[in-house]
Design a protein around this ligand. Structure first.
Ligand code: TA6
Length: 304
């Protein structure tokens, strides 16, 4: 395994004035990007994007005020990478929810200063970090993050083995909002969804989505762009995806968020909403030997 301490990473992948690596006291490493377009921080554990704030704008991504990087534990907020399954494992209830990718150490594979002033960094999940009992498949997994005025993320899975396998996945993105009763989500009108709050009943979305109680919906067979209209912050967040046929919309509301205990306060849930670009349920992806699949999303914002 190549050296992945901050000093070595700064030598190999640091970009003066744009990208540097820092090390927490517990040894966990964070990539910190500051370019003309935005600020961004990404933990190597889980290739977990923690923050993204365009220059002169409010943060786009929500991170719990009590989120702390702890070895082997996912963070509440940011963009957890759910892979190689979404939600609970189909047959093994003792396997970790949302897969193991978000709690293991990824490696830095590449970095680049792009001509438009954006910064690109590629994280790779080494096969050695994949628990063979949970995932006995030979594959190459990368998370390619491009930090500019917009935020681009591409989760690429390559099958380098000799047998096909199936993955579920999601970029489980937490968005920062003014207040839950001041936003609505468009783009999923008419889409079918599985309603986790109502025993996974299959329903059809009528009109835009507003949130006035716990919402936990897995929209299937939809590739549409979603928009979070935030009247409070007077902005619109666009979520434009490719290679994703599922979208999850989640807000835990008060009871579940207090039970989870890591939203920072009883009202922490009011400042976030998850709109997750995914492939889950009937949209899981079968990858043949030698083939690759990419889930790609671009997050952008515009003032109203
Ligand atoms: O994507 C929505 C969801 O599946 C919810 O049901 C809730 O479990 C959420 O993910 C957070 O899961 P986590 O394992 O990060 O606490």
């Amino acid at each position: 395994m190549s050296q992945q301490d901050a000093a070595t990473l700064n030598q190999r992948f640091g970009i003066a004035g744009q990208l540097e690596f820092t090390q927490e006291t517990n040894g966990l490493v964070v990539a910190r990007i500051a370019n003309t377009h935005a600020l961004c921080a990404i933990a190597l554990q889980g290739a977990h994007l923690m923050t993204f704030q365009p220059t002169h704008e409010q943060p786009l991504i929500w991170l719990s005020p009590v989120a702390r990087l702890v070895p082997g534990k996912s963070l509440r907020g940011g963009v957890p990478v759910c892979w190689p399954w979404f939600g609970t494992h189909a047959s093994e209830s003792n396997f970790p929810a949302h897969g193991f990718a978000r709690t293991v150490l990824w490696q830095v594979a590449e970095s680049a200063a792009l001509p438009d002033g954006s910064t690109r960094i590629t994280f790779e999940l080494p096969q050695s970090a994949m628990p063979a009992m949970q995932w006995p498949h030979a594959c190459r997994v990368r998370n390619v993050v491009t930090v500019g005025k917009m935020l681009g993320m591409e989760l690429v899975t390559e099958n380098v083995g000799d047998a096909a396998f199936e993955i579920g996945e999601a970029l489980h993105t937490y968005f920062a909002i003014s207040d839950v009763d001041k936003v609505r989500i468009t783009g999923l009108e008419g889409a079918e969804y599985l309603d986790k709050v109502d025993d996974w009943q299959r329903k059809t979305q009528a009109g835009s989505i507003s949130i006035a109680s716990e919402v936990d919906r897995l929209y299937v067979n939809t590739e549409t762009e979603c928009v979070i209209e935030d009247a409070g912050l007077k902005r619109r967040i666009r979520i434009a995806k490719r290679g994703s046929r599922s979208t999850v919309v989640w807000n835990p509301w008060i009871e579940k968020s207090v039970k989870m205990g890591d939203f920072g306060s009883d009202t922490g849930y009011r400042s976030m909403v998850c709109v997750e670009s995914a492939n889950a349920a009937e949209n899981v992806v079968n990858i043949a030997p030698g083939a690759a699949h990419a889930l790609h999303v671009v997050y952008s914002m515009e003032r109203l």
